[in-house]
Write a protein that binds this ligand. Structure first.
Ligand SMILES: [Zn+2]
Length: 172
């Protein structure tokens, strides 16, 4: 085969050796064959291969499709990771719990504040429970906040709110 040496610039005839290299007869530089270089290069993305083989698109179009596919998958992943309603239930439950606890802490000084907090806590914790359960029921979504929301709202309904009302009755 004929090749041009990149070291000395001379064109010469040579045959490839066992390891795929050729040696320049002028300067003795060992040169890798372009085809071997091509093979040694790793595929830029393993996802490119099936798409390119399945369609007869130009490489540019195929690459565009791969990019679109990657973007779609990324968005789907983000969508799956977020669970707005579950997070809302968790946030509402946590806020209600903190509100109730702070009101209970100052009930000696401000009993009316605990009355207010207890009354607000009933619908707020019920909403928190409903939102959290809705978040839990959503398929394929992150459930950690929904689960925490259910736990907090459940604690509010079962323990914290009855305790607050009991404290109010004892205070009177
Ligand atoms: Zn050479």
């Amino acid at each position: 085969m004929t090749f041009r040496c990149s070291q000395c610039g001379k064109t010469s005839e040579a045959s490839a050796s066992v390891d795929g290299d050729i040696e320049c007869p002028h300067c003795g530089t060992r040169l890798q064959l372009p085809s071997m270089l091509e093979k040694a290069k790793p595929a830029p993305n393993p996802m490119v291969l099936p798409v390119v083989m399945a369609t007869s698109d130009t490489p540019e179009l195929a690459q565009e499709k791969v990019k679109d596919l990657q973007e779609t998958r990324k968005q789907r992943g983000e969508d799956r990771a977020s669970n707005g309603i579950g997070a809302l239930g968790f946030a509402l439950g946590l806020a209600t719990l903190l509100f109730l606890f702070s009101a209970a802490a100052v009930r000696k000084e401000m009993p009316i504040y605990l009355v207010f907090a207890s009354c607000i806590s009933v619908p707020a914790s019920l909403f928190a429970l409903v939102f959290s359960v809705m978040g839990l029921l959503r398929l394929g979504r992150s459930k950690i906040f929904s689960l925490l929301g259910v736990l907090i709202a459940g604690f509010l309904v079962v323990a914290a709110i009855p305790a607050a009302f009991l404290a109010l009755r004892q205070g009177n």
